[in-house]
Write a protein of this length. Structure first.
Length: 484
């Protein structure tokens, strides 16, 4: 059987390789992160390579079944991840072929053109300037994580894993719990004390995951779950955080759906929030592979937007000057920065809980993505994040706070003149508004929703606030309030 896929250490000085039938957290030789790499000549012959392969696949179960296609083909074509299965052919090593693919119809997400929002962000829509919103809140668990979980759970099924675990600020736990309930494996979720939005926690609880609340933050939780996965093989726990290279394979397809929404034209910019940096890492890999395959002739620029209270990548890149340098990045400078944060007890703190991460595990891969995509890193404060989250809502899409960082990043880069007014910009909105409704209600009412009673006085200060109007039970007063 041909070797369609293998795992490879990302360090060019090491480049150790491992088969895809192993669950590895890092390179056993040097400790670096791993990639899933492919022999595309074997998996997808050159004469068959075309975006048309994806474009002609059915969009619903019904349409595919009407053609006489198998139920498996119909399910895969319905998925916004597996519709692009030629670009993640590790599944070709599955004992039962495509029948081993785990899918819930994830990735059925839209690229929304947002001209009114674009004008608010000083884009020149009359001259072709465009802002598009890639809204991942439509996924089954309400966030982009499902793109990665479908791929990671497929790999877990391939190797017979019966226990899965993750550290989470919320979205990962919700997605893991959902896919675990679908596949019947035991799920463990590690969360930090007070570090998870209830909208996300409720999902993990409802889907039946065993939830362990650790006395620490996300970084402490990840250290523990990684220790269990790496050093306690007797427990057979399969790690589902984005250290897992198979997770990032699924997240690549967010870029495929953006291209699909643009009729396979490459935008000028991709803008996304930066937390554990799995998405940005996956995006860089996606465009690198598409260019290698000859499917695109240019790569968009990438902007990774940190929260100001969790700006590790921003400091590493813009203050310490660390770059990928074809894999020869300054590991000492990164290690020293992590040591400084520990020594000074510096912890991530932001209202955008999805990106409240101090030690992003995919930092090396994100540095690589910045090199591949000529990227930049910026940070925006919480007030700015929430203001732009509300702005997105005003134009028709409710998103979680971290998603507001993407749109805030566009405004910042427009102000800097780095994004031109006639550019085409695609913003990744990572999760649904109901992931963290407390933030939304707090913004619009001025209430501390975790402490204040609903009857407390409201003093919202945000530009786009939409506070409820208190009126007596009197018809004339009600009509007067309606007509204001």
């Amino acid at each position: 059987m041909p070797t369609y896929a293998r795992q490879r250490c990302i360090s060019p000085a090491c480049a150790a390789e491992y088969p895809v039938d192993r669950a590895l957290v890092s390179c056993e030789r040097c400790g670096s992160l791993l990639d899933v790499v492919y022999d595309f000549d074997a998996a997808w012959p050159e004469h068959e390579r075309s975006f048309e392969v994806f474009a002609r696949r059915g969009s619903t179960f019904g349409e595919r079944d009407a053609t006489g296609a198998s139920a498996t083909d119909a399910a895969l074509d319905f998925s916004g991840v597996w519709r692009f299965r030629e670009l993640l052919p590790f599944w070709m090593h599955a004992p039962n072929g495509p029948a081993d693919i785990v899918t819930l119809g994830e990735g059925r997400t839209n690229l929304q053109r947002a001209d009114a929002l674009a004008r608010e962000l000083a884009m020149d829509t009359d001259q072709g300037g465009r802002v598009y919103l890639q809204y991942e809140g439509y996924n089954p668990s309400g966030s982009f994580k499902d793109n990665g979980m479908t791929a990671a759970f497929t790999h877990a099924r391939m190797i017979g894993a019966q226990r899965v675990a993750c550290a989470s600020t919320g979205n990962t736990s919700a997605s893991l719990a959902l896919y675990a309930s679908l596949t019947g494996v035991r799920a463990f979720v590690f969360i930090g004390e007070g570090k998870i939005a209830f909208g996300k926690l409720s999902q993990a609880l409802d889907y039946g995951a065993t939830t362990l609340q650790i006395a620490g933050d996300f970084d402490a939780c990840l250290a523990r779950v990684r220790e269990i996965a790496e050093n306690r093989q007797d427990l057979g726990v399969y790690l589902m955080n984005s250290l897992n290279p198979f997770r990032l394979e699924g997240q690549k397809t967010i870029m495929l759906r953006i291209l699909e929404g643009l009729n396979w034209r490459v935008p000028d910019w991709i803008v996304c929030p930066g937390g554990n940096l799995g998405n940005s890492s996956a995006f860089g890999k996606a465009f690198s592979e598409l260019r290698e395959l000859g499917l695109i002739d240019r790569v968009p620029r990438l902007a990774i937007i940190n929260a100001a209270g969790a700006r590790t990548l921003d400091r590493v890149v813009n203050e310490l000057g660390v770059t990928w340098k074809s894999g020869d990045y300054d590991k000492g400078a990164v290690a020293a920065e992590f040591e400084r944060m520990d020594r000074e007890h510096e912890r991530a703190k932001t209202i955008a809980s999805a990106i409240e991460i101090n030690r992003p595990v995919n930092l090396p891969k994100a540095l690589r993505a910045l090199e591949v995509m000529e990227g930049v890193v910026r940070a925006v404060d919480d007030d700015t994040i929430v203001e732009h989250k509300a702005l997105v809502g005003r134009y028709g899409l409710g998103c979680e706070p971290a998603s507001g960082a993407s749109v805030a990043g566009v405004r910042l880069l427009r102000d800097e003149g780095l994004i031109n007014p006639t550019d085409t910009v695609a913003c990744v909105l990572t999760g649904h508004q109901l992931k963290d409704p407390d933030v939304t209600v707090g913004y619009h009412t001025g209430l501390d929703t975790k402490a204040a009673p609903a009857s407390a006085p409201a003093n919202p200060s945000g530009r786009f606030n939409n506070a409820p109007i208190r009126v007596p039970d009197d018809l004339d007063a009600i009509i007067a309030a309606m007509m204001k």
